[in-house]
Design a protein around this ligand. Structure first.
Ligand code: IMP
Ligand code: MG
Length: 183
């Protein structure tokens, strides 16, 4: 394991089995339809890449990047769009792909923002969920794993832009973010 990790929470095998299961579920739910998958950069990048290869209905891809104001381990709820979609989503079936739902504030903002653009439908797929931390009522339509309230990195998730390339998900040692002043 990476030396900054306290323990591995989800192995590569855990993740790939779950991604396959979610991809099959999405393929069944959207049978006969086309799907616009919107990845929320940068955290969802790796998950999205693996997920769309397990979906067998026609898919197109777009991306948004948002930044939530706050510290590096906690978001405040105020969200700013750093990169917007390339095209209109009006009349399309949209699936938002997120790495993790924590307080839910980012997702609440995104849902309201995208719903206002008149898509045919909007659903949410998240790899991870920390239900204990929710500050607003949002639920994912597809959820990989509900996890305890611990700060995790890897498989796209970062701390201070690091660790996204680790192929599994690990709990970050507290010393790493406390010493570097993340909180
Ligand atoms: P929310 O608005 O609090 O739901 O924040 C969601 C965003 O916070 C995610 O897209 C992540 O970028 C970040 N985040 C929340 N928890 C973690 C974690 O445990 N590890 C890494 N990033 C996290
Ligand atoms: Mg982040």
């Amino acid at each position: 394991m990476h030396p900054d990790g306290e323990r591995i929470l989800l192995s590569e095998a855990d993740i790939s089995a779950k991604v396959k299961e979610i991809g099959e579920q999405i393929s069944r739910d959207y049978e006969g339809k086309e799907l616009l998958v919107i990845g929320i950069l940068k955290g969802a990048l790796i998950f999205m890449g693996d997920l769309v290869r397990q979906i067998n209905v026609p898919v197109s891809l777009d991306f948004m990047a948002v930044s939530s104001y706050g510290t590096s381990t906690e978001s405040s709820g105020a969200v700013r769009i750093l990169k917007d979609l390339e095209k209109s989503i009006e009349g399309q079936h949209v699936l938002i792909v997120e790495d993790i739902i924590d307080t839910g504030l980012t997702l609440k903002y995104l849902l309201e923002n995208l719903q206002a653009r008149k898509p045919a439908s909007v659903k949410v797929c998240t790899l991870l969920d920390k239900p204990e931390r929710r500050k607003t009522q949002v639920v994912a339509d597809y959820n990989g794993f509900s996890i305890p309230d611990e700060f995790v990195v890897g498989y796209g998730l970062d701390y201070a832009e690091r660790y996204r390339n680790i192929p599994y998900i690990m709990v970050l040692r507290r010393e790493v973010y406390e010493v570097r002043g993340g909180l």
